[in-house]
Structures are given as C-alpha cells and as structure tokens.
Design a protein around this ligand. Structure first.
Ligand code: KG4
Ligand code: ZN
Length: 375
C-alpha cells in the first residue's frame, strides 16, 4: 500500500496543495497564484498575501484531494512548509496543516521550502524513471534565494525517495537574488511584475540587435561560489539614466501595462532594438554568473550531478547554457518542468516523505520560521 502525503505550501504568494504517493508519484497538484493581486504593487505585499492564503487554503486543499480521488481520512500524513518565507503566509499553511493533522490523528511533517525545491527536480526526473545520482551541486535560484548547496545522502542512507539528505552551503548571493534582479530590471524598463518570464522571452526576441552596453563578469572577493546581482541591476539603472532616449518607450510600456495590455506581442511591439539588446545583455550576464559558478563548484567537488531549481530555473537560456556546459563537463544536469520550478506543494509532499519514514515529525507547537536554514 503506498504512502500518500498531502503537501501544503504557503510560504510566499502561491497557495498550493498536492498529494504525492511514496515521495515520487504526483497524484494531484493545485497552485493558486496571487500574481494578479501583487502585480499592481510591483512585488509581493505580505499582508495581502496572508489574507489571500486564508481565502484560498480550504478550496485549494479540497481540489487537490478531489483531483487525487481521495478523502481526507485516506491521506497518511500532512507535510507543511515550516520556512523560510513570509511569516504571515507560512502561518496560514502551518495552522491549517496542524489542525488537519490533529483532527485526523495523522502525522504532521515539517518541511524546509528549499529542500522542497530540490525534491522538485527528483519528482521531474522520476517521470522518466531516473533518480539523479548524489552527491550533487544544487543551485536554488528564485525571487528570494540564490544559493548553492552540496547535497548528499545522509550517512547510512540508501539512495531512493525515502533517503534523508545532508546539505552544505557552498555559496549564496551577497545581495539580490537572481529573480529579484529580473524583477527590479523589469520594473526599471516599465515591463511590470514579475520580470523573469517577460525578460526571458524578450531576450530571445533580441536576435542580433547590437548591444547598447555589455556587462563584464562580476568580481567577488573571497568565496568564488558566492553571487552578487545588485551591481548588475545598478549598471542597468545607470545605463538608462545616461541614455534618456529610453524614457519614452519605458513610459509607453508602463502605460500599456497600466491598461492591462501585458500580452507578450503587445510589449514586444513597444520595445526598440536597443532595449531588446539591453535585455539580452542583462540576461547573458545573469546566466553566465549562474552557470559559471555552479559548474565550477561541480568540477571542484567532483559531483556527477547538477540540480537546478526555483522560479528562475524556468529560464530557457539558463537551461540551454547548463545543458551545453554540462555536456562538455560530463556532468548530468537536471531541472524541474516549468510547473515544478516555481512554488508548488508536490515538492513539499515529496520532501516530507523521507522525514515521515525517518520519524522527523512535528506536533501542534510547530511555528513559522521566516529564515529557517537548510544548512
Ligand atoms: O520560486 P518562485 O516561484 O518564488 C520564489 O521567489 O520563491 O520564483 C519567482 C521568481 C521571480 O523573481 C520571477 O521573476 C522569476 O522567478 N522567474 C524567472 C522566470 N520565470 C520566473 N526568471 C527568469 N526567467 C524566467 N523564465
Ligand atoms: Zn520557492
């Protein structure tokens, strides 16, 4: 009989629930995004996020159970994101998860959101019958995080969905996360929030538009596996200030977005070749930083595997660059599908499975942990 875990995720601006069997089979996965609510403020507003989670949590869990054709009583455990994330948002999922677990007499499994992102890669690989080999270098790259971990099996654990892993942090961003840089540059360019998806597509549409500026490698003193993206964002800002000819089209795009005209073709038609060239150069720089430092870490630590997860892992150029580089280095690189790259609850249910198997459980005293570390 398989072990079915109901996962609940509410750490940021997605209310999500999913049912996963034996840590790898996704029976259902429902995500209610709040992007339309936060968009007009140019970023996630914590107070609004908590309130929206409150509205969504019950119907989202009900839908996930319905899609899996399960009754609440048929679930074997509840896995819930403990942190890191926004405290008010986390508390909604935690309180609901605790209440369900207590009412049903089922185990409550606390999950680190970042560990969930790593499991997302394993969920995806499992669809092709693959279990990525450990040790691995794992890049988690999202709106809130840009961090590199060395991931391996915990001492004595056998490979597989039920294995506990251990983590060592190899590097992290010293300022902005990569997704945050995308979002901020998008705002500077009048392209709205979130910035990643639209800049990704505009960069691809730039073709060989001449580069109006180029961004060299970021120099980092000390740990070669740390990242920094605020300098790049500032370089874009200064470039825009020094070139006032960008302003009319930025204003036109802001106006279009203000009128709800955010379709890709509409925005593309409001971008000059110069703007497209700038976006391509920005993306080239972000991708180069992420791929260079991650592949260098994999080579130094002799890891056969690279795992890439988090919202920015959806970036097409990043995927292509990793694929190309890893083929040359003979390292296997794994990404989640687009749906599993961004926040979801299937990854939380998957990460809960080894903890359940190894009795790493919580009780009703579980609280939100805004900066819960993974290592
Ligand atoms: O993991 P996620 O859904 O939420 C957290 O931040 O935890 O990641 C969202 C971030 C946003 O900053 C968004 O701009 C970025 O991921 N993003 C992308 C792409 N899709 C989403 N960045 C670059 N290229 C993309 N295609
Ligand atoms: Zn996330």
């Amino acid at each position: 009989m398989s072990v079915r875990i109901l996962g609940i995720e509410s750490s940021c601006d997605e209310t999500a629930a999913a049912v996963v069997a034996d840590g790898r089979e996704i029976l259902s996965s429902v995500v209610a995004s709040q992007i339309d609510i936060h968009r007009k403020y140019g970023g996630v507003v914590p107070e609004l996020a908590s309130r929206e989670h409150l509205r969504q949590i019950v119907p989202v869990v009900r839908e996930a159970l319905g899609d899996a054709h399960l009754d609440l009583r048929e679930v074997d455990a509840i896995g819930v994101t403990e942190g890191p994330g926004l405290v008010g948002s986390l508390l909604v999922g935690i309180t609901y998860g605790k209440t369900l677990a207590a009412a049903l007499g089922k185990p409550l499994v606390p999950v680190n959101h970042l560990e969930g992102h790593i499991h997302a890669v394993f969920l995806e690989a499992h669809k092709s019958g693959i279990e990525p080999a450990l040790p691995a270098v794992c890049l988690i790259v999202s709106g809130g995080h840009t961090v590199l971990y060395d991931v391996r099996l915990k001492d004595g654990a056998n490979p597989g969905a039920a294995a506990l892993w251990s983590y060592r942090k190899i590097g992290q961003t010293r300022d902005d996360a990569a997704g945050e840089a995308y979002d901020k540059v998008s705002k500077l360019l009048g392209l709205g929030y979130p910035g990643g998806p639209v800049l990704d597509r505009l960069a691809a549409a730039a073709g060989d538009a001449p580069p109006p500026v180029t961004f060299g490698p970021t120099r980092i003193k000390g740990n070669a596996y740390d990242f920094s993206f605020s300098g790049l964002k500032t370089a874009v800002l200064y470039h825009l200030r020094e070139n006032p000819d960008y302003q009319p089209e930025i204003a036109a795009r802001e106006a279009a977005i203000g009128h709800g005209q955010r379709k890709f073709d509409q925005l593309l038609s409001l971008c000059s070749p110069k703007t497209l060239g700038l976006i391509r150069e920005f993306q080239n720089a972000v991708v180069r930083e992420l791929v260079d430092r991650t592949t260098k870490a994999a080579a130094e630590f002799g890891a056969p595997t690279i795992l890439v997860s988090g919202g920015v892992a959806a970036n097409r150029q990043l995927r292509a660059a990793f694929d190309e580089r890893s083929a040359a280095l003979r390292v296997q690189v794994y990404f989640p599908s687009l749906a599993l790259s961004t926040d979801n609850a299937a990854m939380i249910a998957a990460a809960a499975y080894p903890r359940l198997k190894n009795h790493v459980l919580a009780d009703v005293s579980l609280n939100a942990s805004a900066s819960l570390p993974l290592a």
